[in-house]
Each structure stands twice: as C-alpha cells, then as structure tokens.
Design a protein around this ligand. Sequence first.
Ligand code: PAF
Length: 287
Amino acid sequence: MTLRIVESPREMRKLAETLRAEGKTLGFVPTMGALHEGHLSLVRASRGECQVTVASIFVNPTQFGPQEDFERYPRTFERDRELLEREGCEFLFAPNRAALYPEGFATAVRVERMTDRLCGASRPSFLPGVTLVVAKLFNLVRPHIAFFGQKDYQQCLVVRRMAEDLDFGVEVRMCPIVREADGLAMSSRNRYLSVTERTQARVLVRALVEANRAYLSGERSAERLIDSMRDVLETVPQARVDYVEVMDAGTLERLNRIEGKAAALLALNLGETRLIDNHILGEALDY
Ligand code: PAF
C-alpha cells in the first residue's frame, strides 16, 4: 500500500473513525519531520503491533520559545515522505498551521508538577506546547497506541500523564533511544552541529556511561552520580550545561539515595544547538 497523505484535520478524523469502525488497531507516530532512524524505529514498533500506522509531520509553533529554532528547524518533507513509504507506514497526517491553530484559537493544555523541572525550567513554552498539540493530534488521529522516543524522556512521561488524566484512551509507548555508532543519541537537531561540535557532542553519552558504570559498581548517591557526570561534561568547556539530574524514573522527583528505578538526564548547549540525553541507570550502555 502506498503512503496516503492527509492534510485536512476533518478528513483525518473521519478516516480514523472509519478505520476504528472496521476494527483496526491504530498506531500513531507524531513527529516534526526531519526524520532519522529514531523516528523510523517508532514506525517499525507501531507496524509490529498495530494494523494501521499513522505518522504526523507538523513543526508545532506553540512548543518553541521566541528565541528558539522554530524558523530554522529542518523541513525535509519529500525525503520524510519517501522514508515513511519505504517503512510501510500507511498514512501521513501533515496539516498546516492555520488548520491546527485557526484564528481565535485560545485553549491551553498543561500538565502540572513534572513540567516545572528539566526542560520545563529552561524552555517554559516547550511542554505546554507539546501537550496542546499532542492532545489535538490524539483527537484527530484517534490512535489506540502512540509511540514516543525515550530520548525525550520528560516529554513522554508528561504526554502519558495527560493521556491518563484526560481519559484519551491512548496507550503511550516509550521506545528505546536510537544512537549513532559513537553513542550520540539521534536527533533532528544533530544536523545543526559543526564537525567540531559533532565530536564534542559525544560528551553526553560519555557522561551517562560514567554514571552508569558508577551505578553498576554500587554507587547509589544521586549527588555523587551527578558529580561524576559533571566531571565528564567539564572536559568539554564549550558545552554550556543546562541540567544534570538523577531522578525517579516514574515521577521525575529528585532523589537523594537511589532505591528504585532511576534516570540520569542531561541537557546542554553546544554553540547554537541544544542537546538532551538520558539513561535508565543499570541498563546496558556500551559506548
Ligand atoms: O517530539 C517531537 O517531535 C514533538 O515534540 C512532538 C511530540 C511531535 C509534538 O510536536
């Protein structure tokens, strides 16, 4: 089956309802385009579990702050379309801005608490913008399961919270981070990096590997694990660190001593590029 492109929200909703009425399980992969292997792994996960897969491409203006990279965010629609078709994705929902945010649009969708930290602290528009657009996309695509990448760990937990709190009836699936051969987590923003910055960007995964090594050797103090990551990050003085945290993997609460499942989470800026990464401590990370 060839990939069918749907631009109209109304048509998307009608199509979703027809597919549901036929008893099909709908998988959904929301994206902002500039697709890479990470996105394609989500399409594969959806195809493995669902009878029909819908991907969306929409560079969502409400999740970018005024000084952020909305204008220069990579837009590679033709290539994205080909990649999705090659993966066997059935539908691509690609609305335009006016269709999703018409004149007079005035609604907000916010998740409290776990949005005030990590990316939420330095990018206040980001998570409210994500929950707003994802709520709209869920209402239009009507998926049974939505697939998100672990690289945006906080985003995934916040969307899951929203889906539960607002009774969307959508299961939010978190799929593993896909990494380049040297360990750098795949991201559409990696293409902003200069050759030098691309080499320096490896410091993120090196810091996570160090924390993971210490954790596996028995270290359970969050502070000492954070310090061990900071030591690694300091080896690249050009990296402007936004946050280095070790948090409860389910609630994103700060920890003193790790007792349950914990995530190490990092964000930094290299030149004009913001990079994030994370790891569930104790899981394999061999770079
Ligand atoms: O992760 C992304 O690409 C975006 O934040 C998302 C979930 C598609 C919402 O615009």
